[in-house]
Design a binder for this molecule. Structure first.
Ligand SMILES: NC(=O)c1ccc[n+]([C@@H]2O[C@H](COP(=O)([O-])OP(=O)(O)OC[C@H]3O[C@@H](n4cnc5c(N)ncnc54)[C@H](OP(=O)(O)O)[C@@H]3O)[C@@H](O)[C@H]2O)c1
Length: 330
């Protein structure tokens, strides 16, 4: 089968389409003929040698999500039939024509989504939904989402709105805040440079009537983490999901004490199979029906063919994207 192979660590030029052995499904697994997949920050990090795939996953083929047709069934896999459309997350190897995964780690693709749209769903909607669950998000709460125009940010914004919350966000690009309003963002805070984060708590007071944010989905880390603490409500929950803005920051611990804040960290990729099955089931129950009804939708920045994987990596790395960079496979 064809796959995007990381031939050595470096820039997008190290990626090559190569013929590699097709994976074989284990007893409870399905082999999926991947019709579309998408890029994630983890793929960029893996390509540049800063994020090794978990043990047991292909080290030189990136790709954390897929949508496609069931092509073969393991000897004990009876949940799906050949030809069923499924989508899900894996620990690696999805930038390829075929991928294997446990039969319970996939969900049916809603009939209103074409392949490009389906490939843009799993990683960001599962990440956003799982983070909101971990943070104990409830209807009526105020949620702040850093990097609101990102793939995860736009998924989170839509889920928050659909489940009865109010979504607010930050971005370094004012235009992304405006565009995110079409997906349910109530208002946004533009971060022209990190120093303006000192004003984040003023924004929080303004938009929440002095209450502060009940939940913060921190996709950026660095100074965003520190500034968020000041903008949070009593007993607020911050969940750290990404660190594009840095892994270190100066934190006022007394904010955490006084407000009795909960600080949570999360990663999807390194979780056990059982944990992935559990979050996929929660996603199937609460999010997939919203996708099927069109209440929420994948937001696609751009679509590339697998052969154009280098250009796709350049596009994501530009930080100009609004939503997902999708790779199609014919
Ligand atoms: N924990 C997990 O399991 C998990 C799963 C998926 C994703 N993630 C993380 O979640 C974050 C979002 O992922 P995604 O795929 O949705 O990202 P994405 O679509 O690539 O968007 C990321 C956006 O972040 C902003 N950004 C980049 N560098 C920044 C910096 N130094 N300071 C502030 N903003 C910056 C950029 O938008 P603007 O500059 O225009 O605002 C960029 O477009 C990433 O950090 C990713 O690693 C974590």
């Amino acid at each position: 089968m064809k796959a995007v192979v990381i031939t050595r660590f470096g820039g997008p030029e190290v990626l090559e389409i190569q013929d590699v052995p097709k994976p074989q499904p284990g007893p409870e697994e399905v082999l999926v003929n991947v019709r579309s997949t998408a890029l994630n920050r983890a793929d960029l990090l893996q390509r540049s040698g800063r994020y090794a795939a978990p043990a047991g996953e292909p080290q030189n083929i990136s790709g954390l999500e897929f949508a496609g047709e069931v092509a073969e069934l393991g000897t004990n896999a009876h949940r799906w039939r050949k030809g069923d459309g499924v989508m899900g997350i894996v620990g690696g190897g999805a930038h390829a024509e075929f991928v294997t995964t446990h039969q319970d780690a996939v969900v049916a693709v809603p009939s209103n989504l074409d392949w490009s749209a389906a490939g843009a769903v799993p990683e960001v909607f599962i990440t956003a939904h799982d983070a909101l669950r971990q943070a104990g998000f409830k209807a009526g709460e105020n949620v702040l989402i850093h990097a609101a125009g990102s793939g995860v940010g736009l998924a989170a914004t839509q889920i928050v709105k659909a489940l009865g919350g109010r979504a607010f966000g930050t971005s370094r690009t004012p235009d992304k805040i405006e565009r995110a309003k079409a997906f349910g963002l109530e208002s946004g805070f533009s971060v022209s440079e990190p120093s303006v984060l000192a004003e984040l708590s003023v924004f929080a007071d303004d938009v929440t009537g002095g209450r502060g944010f009940d939940v913060v989905l921190d996709l950026n880390g660095g100074p965003y983490f520190a500034a968020s603490l000041e903008a949070m409500a009593l007993r607020g929950r911050l969940i750290l999901i990404g660190g594009v803005a840095g892994g270190k920051t100066d934190v006022d611990l007394y904010q955490i004490l006084r407000k009795r804040l909960h600080i949570i960290g999360t990663v999807l990729r390194a979780r056990s199979l059982q944990e992935k099955i559990t979050i996929t089931a929660a996603f199937a129950e609460e999010v997939v029906p919203l996708l099927a009804k069109g209440t929420i939708q994948p937001v696609i920045d751009s679509v590339f063919h697998l052969d154009q994987c280098q250009d796709a990596h350049r596009r994501l790395e530009s930080n100009e994207t609004f939503g997902k960079v999708v790779l199609t496979i014919s």
